[in-house]
Write a protein that binds this ligand. Sequence first.
Ligand code: HEM
Length: 244
Amino acid sequence: MLTIITNLEILKLMLIVVIVPLVDVVLISFLYFYSKIYKTNDEIESEELVKGIHNTILEIIKKREEKVMTGEGNSIGGDFLQLLVEAHHDTNASLKISIEDLVDEYKTFYIAGQETTSTLLAWTIFLLAIHTDWQEKARKEVLNLFGKQNPNPDGITKLKIMGMIINESLRLYPPVIAITRKVEREVRLGKLTLLANLLLYIPTLALHHDPKIWGEDVHLFKPERFSEGIAKASNNNIAAFFPC
Ligand code: HEM
């Protein structure tokens, strides 16, 4: 059957097919450029904070640079910041890092390292304050190894009792209680098939408190469970202990 389209209908069709999408494109472009020029108060504050953090870090780096340049840095102990500052001044161009890289590294180790380490230390001190028998064992071990000397990196690796205490503290009170991952592509994991784009929530805290893994005394502070390593402590589930 032949259908006759009137001029008005052609106009309507044009409106739907051409004009509406065109208006959409113009509107979206306008909003895009407007958002680039106009900033919300939150965005302004956020940019100021980023600048503030950047400048504070630059100041800290500058102060340390002066110490490294005058050789005073060695007397205060070579820490990670010192290594980064030295890398920034490396005469070998392929090893030299830029000031931007230095600031980024600083942010990473400050943010990733500061809160986690202080949480671990706070819980460990608390646990040792309650469990004075372990406090005594730890003190004895440290004094045996270092006497009146300041602890040094080589000696610290030999602290077995302290290692057990720290592991038990990290097991009971992991500073990071869960980690998340996104599955990049479909993968088989034991009996499971994980689909691409799946979001995984891995609950560190729950696994560290599972009696099937650690035994019925799971909620108790017992550093001795780590005396023969993580595999023995976790009933051969080493992957179930992942505080870091
Ligand atoms: C008790 C101390 C610490 C604990 C419990 C801890 C815990 C963790 C955990 C669970 C992750 C994995 C996060 C994830 O993948 O979702 C991680 C990553 C990381 N940590 Fe730590 N951390 C500690 C100390 C430190 C220190 C001292 C530094 C640096 C000075 C540091 C630097 C990093 C960095 C660079 C990452 C990788 C971040 C990334 O994904 O790119 N951490 N840490």
